[in-house]
Design a protein around this ligand. Sequence first.
Ligand code: NAD
Length: 362
Amino acid sequence: MMKGAFLYQSPPLRVRFGAGTLHHVSDEIDAIGGSRALILATPFQKDDADGLAARIGARAVGVFAEARMHTPVEVTTRALQAYADSGADCIVSYGGGSTIGLGKAIAWRNDAPHLVVATTYAGSEVTDILGETEARVKTTRRDPRIRPEAVIYDPELTPGLPVAMSVASGLNAMAHAIEGLYATDANPVTSMMAVEGIAALQNALPGICRDPADMSARSEALYGSWLCGTVLGAVAMALHHKLCHTLGGALDLPHAETHAILLPHTTAFNAAAAADALQPAARLFGGNLGGGLYDLARSLGAPIALRDFGVIRDDLGRIADMAVKNPYANPREVTRDGILALLEAAWAGARPSPISPERTRP
Ligand code: NAD
């Protein structure tokens, strides 16, 4: 097939993948040019971070286990102090997007080399994106300095990720890949990664639901999440990510679950306008991508309705107003009526039709 012109950039990044690769943390600290690591985690994963510190001995000079969702700047300020006090010369983030966000916030300020041991499917470890909150306002920036230098993906660290969180996090990862397919700066390499990532997660998530300790499914899900995260870090996102950001910020909704609920609807919204770009993914779902994603989410027990998260119907108009305020590239025109219809369907948990028709609120 004839390929159009494109720009592809491959950022420098080491990825060590496979069961048991946690054993290589010391090697990876050496590889990023560090020797004294401050290990970061959430309070929930503090024991694991302490265990890692014990395992690598003198290469760990401290554990800071106060990472929180949405990277509050006051936590970063304390972590920077801990970094300076400990005499660290690099960071190891052990966890998901919340911990990685803290690691990125530190590295962006002091240029510390950053190794991530990734334990969810959110994909932040391979992106140059940092979202931080201060005084309840979330600011997002992209900068090459934000991207970590190395990542370890060890599926043996993931069976403890609860099934519900695994499913929501996996659908969150799929969202990166689906938007990556119709991105204005998509290219054949990112699209190949996107389709491979979607297929891996589509195959792996049911296996995780059947048996959370299934190492083959865990490994495939982590592989898919790496590919989907790489797409997120490489190309521009559109309606789906903007809408999740608006909804999450305005109504304080959980990150991965919001992605999981909206994905079938944003995909159906764009399905006709981006039919060619989405075709390889649609084929994985029998031709109807929005409906297929909805059916997959339902079969996995994922949340499917915004109303189950305390969103009231009267909020939707305000969200639709906010969503059309700052224009951005999207395959289909983003109108207030179109967004409101999409939000109504997501609020009710309805299965999206292949092409969400433009309709006004009843
Ligand atoms: P998370 O990091 O908040 O983790 C959720 C909870 O699960 C935490 O308590 C964590 O300690 C625990 N956990 C993580 N891995 C575990 C495991 N293997 N076993 C048991 N418990 C585990 O969740 P997340 O969805 O990975 O991250 C969400 C955050 O990441 C949001 O703030 C979001 O905005 C951000 N994010 C950023 C990017 C980016 O590119 N900047 C991309 C995706 C998400």
